[in-house]
Design a protein around this ligand. Structure first.
Ligand SMILES: Nc1nc2c(ncn2[C@@H]2O[C@H](COP(=O)(O)OP(=O)(O)OP(=O)(O)O)[C@@H](O)[C@H]2O)c(=O)[nH]1
Ligand SMILES: [Mg+2]
Length: 298
């Protein structure tokens, strides 16, 4: 009788949710040790659910990054909110992340309502404690505990990694015994092609101001992985001619800056040389049109 030993595994879906700019994507990347979700200092960077798999001793976490919860009304915002709330509903555990340097959610306010409405157990992460004066932490925890019941409150810094071991302990403690959802060697369901588009969008977020990032979508027109060189053609879609001028810049300088920054990151990701060509196209008010949002924005 030669039976495989039964493995005892805690596993489950953990949705990382919270207001824009809390550091959700930074946390996901840091936990995975790999960048699969783009990050910027501007709010509303993440537009889609991003899945990352973290394997550890006795556990497998399927981490789901989500768009920041906020009340914008145009079609793009509504779609982002739908994705976030749907992901929350399918999770075994919600890791709600707040920026500890920002005021806590107002009781009765929109964010507090979302929090109160979550049916799954919620673990509260208070992020960016590298920026926080120590004496501010206890009053913040007290204020948050008025909002709903949390399975635990963990202060952390997604940037420095402080508090992440404690966070993982809390998460794994709360997860049920379950199956291995993904093979050990598959860290994400994001394709390199869509990650390339996201990297370009991240550079637009980082290198342009005002409303341009929120009006930007990126489409990959061609993605050919050769032995020595990967060839990528991409289009940056914006909403107005004035934005096109900003993205291209004087004598094409801005577009060149965006392209170079994106190419370097994509080369690191693929560990290959990349030839990246980017076009810029205006699609009037796409972010207000539900059909175009699904086609371009998400
Ligand atoms: N100092 C500090 N900055 C952080 C930390 N975590 C994230 N940030 C910064 O906060 C900003 C927002 O980070 P993101 O990870 O994009 O935040 P997000 O919650 O995913 O934002 P959305 O996708 O817009 O909802 C970036 O400038 C990060 O570098 C942290 O622990 N400490
Ligand atoms: Mg994000």
């Amino acid at each position: 009788m030669n039976q495989e030993p039964q493995e005892f595994l805690r596993s489950g879906l953990v949705a990382v949710a919270g207001p824009p700019n809390a550091g959700k994507s930074t946390l996901l990347n840091n936990l995975l040790g790999q960048k699969i979700s783009i990050v910027s200092p501007k709010p509303q960077t993440t537009r889609n659910r991003v899945l990352g798999v973290l394997n550890g001793p006795g556990y497998q976490l399927v981490l789901l990054d989500t768009p920041g919860l906020h009340g914008g009304t145009i079609a793009l915002n509504a779609e982002m909110r739908r994705v976030a709330l749907e992901t929350l509903a399918e999770a075994d555990l919600v890791l709600f992340l707040l920026d500890a340097t920002a005021p806590p959610p107002k009781p009765g306010g929109e964010l507090a309502e979302y929090l109160a409405g979550i049916k799954t157990p919620v673990l509260l992460g208070l992020n960016k404690i590298d920026l926080l004066r120590r004496e501010k932490l206890l009053p913040l925890i007290a204020a948050c505990q008025n909002l709903r019941e949390f399975t635990a409150v963990v202060p952390l810094s997604a940037r420095s990694g402080d508090g992440l071991p404690a966070l993982l302990d809390e998460i794994t403690r709360l997860l049920p015994e379950g199956p291995r959802y993904f093979p050990d060697d598959i860290p994400t369901d994001v394709t390199v092609r869509s990650l390339a588009a996201e990297i370009i969008r991240e550079k637009v977020f980082l290198l342009t101001g005002q409303e341009v990032p929120y009006s930007t979508a990126v489409v990959i027109d061609r993605f050919e992985e050769g032995e020595r060189l990967t060839t990528i053609d991409a289009t940056i879609v914006i909403e107005r001619d004035s934005q096109k001028a900003i993205v291209i810049g004087k004598k094409g300088a801005k577009l060149k800056e965006i392209g170079t920054a994106a190419r370097l990151d994509i080369e690191t990701m693929l560990d290959a040389r990349v030839l990246l060509k980017i076009w810029v196209k205006v699609v009037k008010n796409w972010s207000r049109d539900p059909r175009l949002v699904r086609e371009l924005g998400m």
